[in-house]
Design a protein around this ligand. Structure first.
Ligand SMILES: C[S@@+](CC[C@H](N)C(=O)[O-])C[C@H]1O[C@@H](n2cnc3c(N)ncnc32)[C@H](O)[C@@H]1O
Length: 293
C-alpha cells in the first residue's frame, strides 16, 4: 500500500479493495487453518457469547470476509431471523456466498451486501446486534462508522467486535520488523488505519463509548494458526495478509523473493514447536456494548 504523507481516504480505500480482492483466493486456500477450532473461531465464540443470538434476531456482520462470524450467528436465528453479511470486497463475499449455499440455516434469511462500512446507511433501529471480527481497525473513521452502527441498532441492541492487539501479541506479524529493516521502510505514520490501529484497548473503548454505546466491556481471545513448517507459515502470510504483503508489493520480484526467504529463515524461529511445526498465537481485544434502552 502506498503511504503518502497526507492520508487520502479514497486512495486508501482503492488500495484496500484491491488488496482484499487479491487475498480472496488465499483465504479460500487456507480456510482450514483459519477455521481450525483454536484459530479464528475462538474470536467468533467470544463475540457470539456476548451477543447471544436468538431466534428471530436481525444481525449485521460488518466486514464478514468469508462469512464469519455472521454465518455462525445465523445458525441460532431460526425461525424467522435474518443475517446481513457485509464486506468491501465482492471477492471475499463470494467465499461467504459459497459457504452460505452449503449451510443448513432453516428459514433464516441471509443478505449478502457489498459496500464500504465507512459509508453504511442503515434503517434506524432495525438491528438486534452488530458483530465484526478483525475489521474495525481498517476503517478510515471507526468513530463515525460506529455512530452509524449505533443508530442502526434498536434500543438495548448489542455490539460485539474484535481487533488485533499490538505487534508483541500478534505473532503472525513477526515478519513486519524484519521486512521494514531489510527494505529500510519508515514506521507507519501514527493514526492511520491498519492492522494495529485499534491495538490499544483503551482507544477501542473510547471510540465505542464516543459513538454512544453504554455498558462497554472489554475482553481478549487468542487465535492460534498452525503450520507444518516455516515455509508454510510464510506462504500463508503471503496469501492472506494484505497489510503485510503491501510492504513488499512495489519491490522487484527478486527483492520480494529475497525478503520472503529471510522471513522464512528468521521470523518464525521463536514459534517452532518440537516437531518442526509453527504455532502462531495472536491476541485480539474483544469489546461488547449496548445502545441505551
Ligand atoms: C481480516 S478480514 C476479516 C474477515 C472476517 N470478518 C473474519 O474474521 O474472518 C478483514 C475483512 O474486512 C473487510 N473490510 C476492510 N475494510 C472494510 C470496509 N471499509 N468496509 C467493509 N469491509 C471492509 C475486508 O474486505 C476483509 O474481508
Amino acid at each position: 500500500m502506498s503511504t503518502p504523507t497526507t492520508f487520502d481516504p479514497h486512495a486508501y480505500k482503492a488500495d484496500l479493495r484491491r488488496e482484499w480482492r487479491e487475498a480472496a483466493p488465499g483465504w479460500q486456500r487456507w480456510l482450514e487453518v483459519l477455521e481450525a477450532d483454536g484459530a479464528m473461531p475462538q474470536l467468533g465464540r467470544w463475540l457470539l457469547a456476548a451477543v447471544q443470538p436468538q431466534p428471530g434476531d436481525r444481525i449485521l456482520d460488518v466486514g464478514t470476509g468469508y462469512g464469519e462470524p455472521g454465518l455462525s450467528a445465523a445458525r441460532a436465528l431460526a425461525p424467522g431471523g435474518r443475517v446481513t453479511l457485509q464486506d468491501l470486497s465482492g471477492e471475499m463475499l463470494a467465499l461467504a456466498r459459497d459457504r452460505v449455499a452449503r449451510a443448513d440455516l432453516g428459514d433464516v434469511e441471509v443478505d449478502i451486501v457489498e459496500g464500504d462500512a465507512d459509508e453504511l446507511t442503515l434503517a434506524a433501529g432495525g438491528l438486534d446486534a452488530v458483530i465484526s471480527r478483525s475489521v474495525l481497525m481498517y476503517l478510515a473513521d471507526p468513530a463515525a462508522s460506529l455512530t452509524r452502527l449505533h443508530a442502526g441498532l434498536r434500543p438495548g441492541g448489542r455490539l460485539a467486535a474484535s481487533t488485533w492487539s499490538g505487534p508483541e501479541d500478534v505473532t503472525m506479524a513477526a515478519p513486519v520488523p524484519i521486512i521494514r529493516r531489510l527494505l529500510d521502510l519508515p514506521p507507519p505514520p501514527a493514526g492511520r488505519p491498519g492492522l494495529f490501529a485499534l491495538a490499544d484497548p483503551q482507544r477501542l473503548h473510547e471510540v465505542v463509548t464516543a459513538a454512544g454505546f453504554t455498558e462497554v466491556e472489554l475482553g481478549t481471545a487468542t487465535a492460534v494458526f498452525e503450520f507444518a513448517s516455516p515455509t508454510e507459515a510464510t506462504r500463508f502470510l503471503r496469501d492472506c495478509a494484505p497489510p503485510v504483503t503491501a510492504l513488499v508489493e512495489h519491490e522487484p520480484p527478486e527483492v520480494r523473493e529475497r525478503v520472503w526467504q529471510r522471513v522464512t529463515d528468521e521470523a518464525w524461529e521463536p514459534y517452532v514447536v518440537d516437531d518442526g511445526r509453527v504455532r502462531l498465537p495472536n491476541l485480539a481485544h474483544c469489546i461488547t456494548a449496548i445502545t441505551p434502552r
